[in-house]
Design a protein around this ligand. Structure first.
Ligand code: GN1
Ligand code: MG
Length: 372
């Protein structure tokens, strides 16, 4: 029973009314998520309750400090132009003591948000209008945080997108072969050695100061955007766990990797995995329209590099976890991480094939929206 897993936690948060029901949501790969319904007279109010994965987030207090600061900032900036800010920025629900999280004494670390109703989070983007809205959402997120001091954020997962260090971690996993799985994976291992230089390109540009550090979301999957069920318009960006200083290329690249793929992230039949250029164009239009006014030309003109690096990096992270014996990502079956890795590798091959078209798309939008 879902209720049995969370009932000891519920009284510690400032939820309004009396508990009615709880449902588990299975879309994330890291945290455990529940949607709660509370009733007050004839009104119902919903909340999101999450148990934070502390294997992944070693310092949940820093994660929550980042989230509280960023959501306050978003609320101020969005509130200046929008009437209904409660549907456009997440709100952290405090504990009875006014804290941003609750430790249950059994090793569980919990936090809650108000739940935005009549909204959709898309695991699979169905059409180009939706894809453009996802672009507006993540581009708008960057825009609203452009005046947030990136150095005030905690680095909650050090080197999260340091793809060169990710490569070294992968090499270590191959060497250690903790789950005795490496023998059958010669081709896969070779794939990442061949792309070693490309993997380090964004890191090098950041280190040389050719790309600036921004406040980035770092997990820009389409299901981390809420769209209004009635109007289809983007409302709010969710899952702020990995908000950290980073490159705009990461957010653009990860969003295209996930939202513009013709197949799910863990598609077992790699022949079905490919990059949908129409979806790339729709996303890029939404994203560039929001960001052309403040991202530098060095960033905007290199957006497609983000797709390559992030797709390669995630493929490699899945394979690393498979080699380590599935310690990091939640898996539904024994080969799940390998299936995910192979699907992302197939996607990367298609991204590489369509690279010229990707640069053309971005350049067309830069002309259109005057990105300097
Ligand atoms: C993880 O759990 P979720 O879906 O928010 C991961 C991301 C990956 C993603 C792949 C903290 O995110 O980096 O891109 O899975 N989050 C963390 O689906 O590692
Ligand atoms: Mg996430």
């Amino acid at each position: 029973m879902v209720y049995n897993r969370i009932k000891h936690v519920l009284p510690h948060f400032r939820f309004q009314g009396s508990f009615e029901q709880a449902q588990e949501v299975h879309s994330g790969n890291v945290n455990n998520t529940y949607i709660l319904t509370y009733r007050q007279g004839t009104e119902t109010q919903s909340y999101t309750l999450q148990r934070i994965n502390t294997y992944v987030f070693k310092n949940p207090r820093s994660v929550m400090a980042n989230i509280a600061a960023v959501t306050d900032h978003l609320r101020r900036n969005i509130g200046a132009s929008q009437a209904d800010v409660s549907r456009m920025a997440l709100e952290v629900i405090r504990t009875g003591d006014g804290d941003v999280m609750y430790l249950d004494g059994e090793g569980g670390t919990w936090r809650a948000y108000s739940y935005i109703t009549e909204a959709l989070a898309l695991d699979m983007v169905e059409n180009l209008e939706q894809m453009m809205e996802v672009g507006h959402a993540f581009g708008g997120f960057q825009r609203h945080l452009a005046d947030f001091p990136a150095d005030k954020l905690f680095v909650t997962i050090p080197d999260f997108h340091h793809s060169t260090k990710r490569f070294y971690a992968f090499v270590r996993a191959v060497d250690e072969d903790r789950a005795a799985r490496v023998t059958a994976l010669e081709k896969e291992v070779e794939f990442f050695f061949e792309r070693r230089k490309m993997l380090g390109e964004i890191v090098r540009l950041l280190e040389r100061g050719e790309l600036p550090l921004r406040v980035t979301h770092n997990d820009t999957k389409s299901n981390n955007v809420l769209l209004d069920q009635k109007t289809g318009k983007a409302l709010c960006v969710i899952d702020l766990d990995t908000v950290m200083p980073g490159s705009a290329l990461y957010d653009y690249g990860d969003a295209v990797r996930f939202g513009a793929s013709n197949a799910p992230e863990d598609e077992p039949d790699v022949a079905r995995v490919s990059l949908n250029m129409d979806k790339v164009r729709a996303f890029t239009q939404g994203f560039v329209e929001e960001t052309a006014g403040f991202l530098t030309h060095a960033e905007l003109s290199r957006l497609p590099l983000g797709i390559k690096v992030i797709t390669a990096e995630l493929a490699m992270r899945f394979l690393t976890d498979y080699l380590d014996g599935d310690r990091y990502f939640k898996v539904d079956y024994p080969e799940h991480n390998l299936v995910r890795a192979r699907a992302q590798m197939a996607l990367l091959v298609d991204v590489e094939r369509q690279e010229d078209a990707l640069y053309k798309t971005v350049n067309d939008d830069l002309k259109r929206f005057g990105g300097s």
